[in-house]
Design a protein around this ligand. Structure first.
Ligand code: TYD
Length: 209
C-alpha cells in the first residue's frame, strides 16, 4: 500500500505520519516512511539546495525541476522496491505538492507540471492521499510561533502564495478521487481516527484484513 500526505506547511502532516506508522507497526506490518524532498543520497543533497534560504535567486522553473529530480530518484530507489517487497509506504508529500506549490503557487504552466509529474512517478500512483486542509490563517498563526531563523526558503513565502497553493489542492481533489480531505484544525487524535477509518475502508474494499 502506498499512502501520501499533503497540505500546506504547518498543517500537521508529520505528526499524522508518525501516528500512522505506529498503527501499522502494531499490526506487524513493515512500514517505510519517506519525506519529500529527500529520502535518497542524491535527493537529500537536492533537498539542501531547495530549502537553503541563501538560494533566494532560484527560479520557479529550477525549483520545479529540482523537486521532480529528487522525486524520480526516490521512486526508483525506494518507493517501487518497497511496494514490490509488500511494505506499506508512507510519504510526507509527493507529486501533488509540485502541482499545488509550483503549478498553482508559482504559476508555472499547469499542463506542463502535470505531464512532468506523470513522467516522474510513472505507475507509482498513491492508493490514498490524505490532504490535511487548514485555512491560510492557521498557517500564519503556526508560522508565527516558529523562530524566523528556523524557517526554510519556502516557508518564508507570503500569505497569498499559500492561498494559491490551497486552491491547487482543491483542484487536485476534483481530479484525483483517491484524495481524502481532512479538516486539519481538528485535534491530532480526531484526525488520526479518521485516517485509520479511511484505511480500513480501503482495505476492506480490496478484501484485505
Ligand atoms: P519540509 O520542511 O519538508 O516541509 P513540510 O514539513 O511542510 O512538508 O519542506 C518542504 C517544503 O517544500 C514545503 O514548504 C513544501 C515545499 N515543496 C514544494 O514546493 N514542492 C514539492 O514538490 C515538494 C515535495 C515540497
Amino acid at each position: 500500500m502506498f499512502i501520501t500526505f499533503e497540505g500546506l506547511d504547518f498543517c500537521g502532516k508529520s505528526t499524522q505520519v508518525k501516528l500512522l506508522e505506529k498503527y501499522f507497526t502494531a499490526k506487524n506490518k513493515k512500514v517505510k516512511i519517506i519525506r519529500e524532498p529527500g529520502g535518497t543520497k542524491i535527493s537529500e543533497k537536492v533537498r539542501g539546495i531547495l530549502l537553503d534560504r541563501n538560494n533566494l535567486e532560484m527560479s520557479p522553473e529550477t525549483e520545479l525541476l529540482l523537486f521532480t529530480a529528487s522525486r524520480i530518484q526516490l521512486v526508483k530507489e525506494v518507493i517501487v522496491p518497497s511496494i514490490e517487497k509488500g511494505d506499506v509506504v508512507i510519504s510526507d508529500r509527493f507529486h501533488h505538492s509540485s502541482i499545488a506549490y509550483q503549478g498553482f503557487g508559482r504559476g508555472i504552466d499547469l499542463e506542463f507540471v502535470e505531464t512532468l509529474q506523470a513522467f516522474a512517478i510513472k505507475g507509482a500512483q498513491p492508493d490514498i492521499t490524505f490532504f490535511l486542509d487548514v485555512p491560510v490563517e492557521t498557517v500564519v498563526e503556526r508560522k508565527a510561533k516558529k523562530e524566523h531563523a528556523e524557517l526554510d526558503r519556502i516557508e518564508i513565502s507570503k500569505n497569498n502564495f499559500y492561498e494559491k497553493v490551497r486552491e491547487g489542492y482543491f483542484y487536485l481533489m476534483k481530479k484525483d478521487k483517491y484524495i481524502v480531505k481532512l479538516d486539519g484544525t481538528l485535534s491530532i487524535e480526531e484526525i488520526h481516527k479518521k485516517i485509520v477509518s479511511e484505511i480500513e475502508k480501503y482495505l476492506s474494499s480490496k478484501g484485505i484484513k
